[in-house]
Design a binder for this molecule. Structure first.
Ligand code: F6P
Length: 546
């Protein structure tokens, strides 16, 4: 069954939300807190080791009630069922969307075209487990008989961002293998990484769902040439493995079939880290930790499937975000993890969110007349406080922020952790309350600032506050909690796509640039500039003259 094709702005709930917004958009959160002592309890959800406080938002019980009505009118329950069941909800590519099947913890059949996919998943997982154990223990060796010391993941987009983010996030749990990531077509990227590596002890994992991606194939070819300066063609088999759906292309490239880890077209690239695309993760932290990551994601899947919408973390996050995106017209959302280990999280989520929901056609193929995908960005706190937080506090744009923090640090340095977390809580409090004239005046009095100087400075020192935040407090950064965190955002993306009536699992918009790059490459190589706009022609002339 495909997803319903309903324009959300035509629902009764949307209309009610519009009038509700018109009547209430000026409300100040700090007054809402003052009026309702139960507010923090009402707008929070505890799920296992996750505690979500979403009370610091410009919402009332009525707002949430209407947003939940919107979700119901848009058929969210049915959509969730179709998603997990393997219906062809990626209709423009005629595919199921089943990354959730990769992390199921039982053997209940999940059918694609009438075929149970669980046995295939288990067989690839067993292959990954065996392979990673051999590499990590050193029993699988390179062409000169030495154990592997380095692993290079070669891929781009979903074949890079997920593994890269997770390996960084789980560094605390890593083993002796050093993981590297080559993605960019920029030759300086691959050559820089190769310059620090020994071909005798390096394993290359070429990851490409399609095995047609220019960047990955070019990088893989460059690496093979570099490798062949030391090893022979036969040795390639020991040092190169691939992850792909395109077995034919991989074997044509010269990678033996036993060194291929298959994936399936029902796994979208940006949701693929749970498949063999996560091989570098399993190599870097061991298969048991990779398995914990899957377990955590599955735990969130079960919560998403079964919790009622009002108590469902991904649903609530998606709805609150729709409130700002479609009613307050805020354009972006920041994601600020208070963990340096999560420094690649927002880069990873940028693909997840923006490639999925950056769509201007609805599921009927018509142009949408409302906003869809948000812009996502962020950096870890506390660093980001000293970079872009000024604009969030006192800029002219409304930027809802997700704060993600952990009760316990990994290295156990309590002094640092207390300081980190005091910044974490301070920011959401500052964004909520701002700083009023009375407080500024009291500070001036204490500092001996008065008269004209005080009058001049006062407005600059005031903060309006009323800036929305969600706070997610998790016990500890573990493979399990990370899996749940990623799955939480995946489901938020899904819910938003369902309500916005768009197809979240295709990405036609990235194709045009790829096509034009192919045309331009032949013009650059032949120094024969074709027909372009005058700007592009001029730029090409400058480039070719260089
Ligand atoms: O350019 C977009 C994209 O298709 C992404 O969706 C995907 O994750 C990436 O390219 C890489 O694709 P592949 O794994 O097929 O090389």
């Amino acid at each position: 069954m495909s997803l319903a094709k309903l324009n959300p702005t035509q629902t009764a709930a949307w209309k009610k939300l519009e009038s509700h917004f018109n009547e209430n958009h000026h409300l100040e959160m700090k007054h809402l807190f003052a009026q309702d002592l139960n507010r923090a309890n009402e707008f929070s959800i505890q799920f296992g080791d996750f505690f979500l406080d979403y009370s610091k938002n410009r919402i009332s019980s009525e707002t949430i009630k209407l947003l939940l009505e919107l979700a119901n009118e848009c058929g969210l329950d049915k959509a969730i069922e179709s998603y997990f069941k393997g219906d062809l909800i990626n209709q423009t590519e005629n595919r199921a969307v089943l990354h959730t099947a990769l992390r199921v913890q039982n053997e209940t059949p999940v059918l694609v075209d009438g075929q149970d996919v669980i046995p295939e998943i288990r067989s690839v997982q067993q292959k990954m487990e065996g392979f990673t154990a051999e590499v990590i223990s050193g029993s699988r060796k390179g062409f000169t008989g030495k154990a592997f010391t380095d692993v290079v993941n070669v891929g781009i987009g979903g074949s890079d961002l997920g593994p890269d983010m997770v390996v960084e996030a789980l560094k605390f749990y890593k083993n002796q293998l050093n993981a590297h990531f080559v993605s960019n077509i920029d030759g300086d990227h691959v050559n820089e990484i190769l310059s620090g590596l020994n071909p005798e002890t390096t394993l290359f994992v070429i990851v490409s769902k399609t095995f047609t991606t220019q960047e990955t194939l070019t990088n893989a070819e460059t690496i093979r040439k570099w490798f062949l300066k030391s090893g022979t063609q036969q040795d390639v088999a020991k040092h190169f493995v691939a992850v792909s759906t395109n077995i034919k292309k991989v074997t044509e490239f010269g990678i033996a079939e036993e060194n291929i880890f298959p994936m399936w077209d029902w796994v979208g690239g940006r949701f693929s880290l749970w498949s063999a695309v996560g091989l570098t993760i399993a190599l870097a932290v061991g298969y048991d930790n990779f398995d914990q990551l899957l377990k955590g994601a599955n735990r969130m899947d079960e919560h998403f499937k079964s919790a009622k919408h009002s108590q469902n973390i991904p649903v609530v996050l998606a709805l609150v975000s729709i409130w700002y995106n479609n009613f307050y017209k805020s354009e972006s959302e920041a994601i600020i993890p208070y963990s340096q280990y999560l420094k690649r999280l927002s880069a990873y989520l940028q693909q997840g969110v923006m490639e999925s929901n950056g769509k201007d056609k609805d599921r009927n193929g018509n142009a949408v007349n409302y906003q869809t995908g948000t812009i996502v960005w962020g950096e870890p706190g506390s660093n980001s406080q000293h970079a872009f937080f000024q604009l969030i506090h006192q800029g002219t744009k409304l930027i809802p922020v997700d704060f993600i923090g952990f009760k316990r640090s990994l290295h156990g340095d309590q002094d640092h952790h207390n300081k980190l977390m005091s910044n974490f809580f301070a920011q959401t409090e500052a964004l909520l309350n701002g700083k009023n004239t009375a407080t500024v005046n009291a500070e001036f009095a204490a500092q001996g600032i008065s008269g004209e100087q005080a009058d001049f400075l006062r407005s600059f020192k005031e903060f309006a506050g009323n800036k929305p935040t969600n706070t997610l407090l998790i016990d500890k950064l573990t493979p399990e909690s990370l899996g749940a965190l990623i799955a939480m955002y995946e489901h938020k993306i899904f819910v938003q796509g369902v309500i916005w009536n768009i197809f979240s699992f295709d990405q036609w918009g990235v194709e045009l640039g790829k096509q034009l790059a192919n045309v331009l490459l032949s013009e650059i190589e032949s120094k024969n500039i074709g027909k372009h706009d005058s700007s592009t022609t001029n730029l090409l002339k400058h480039f070719l003259d260089a």
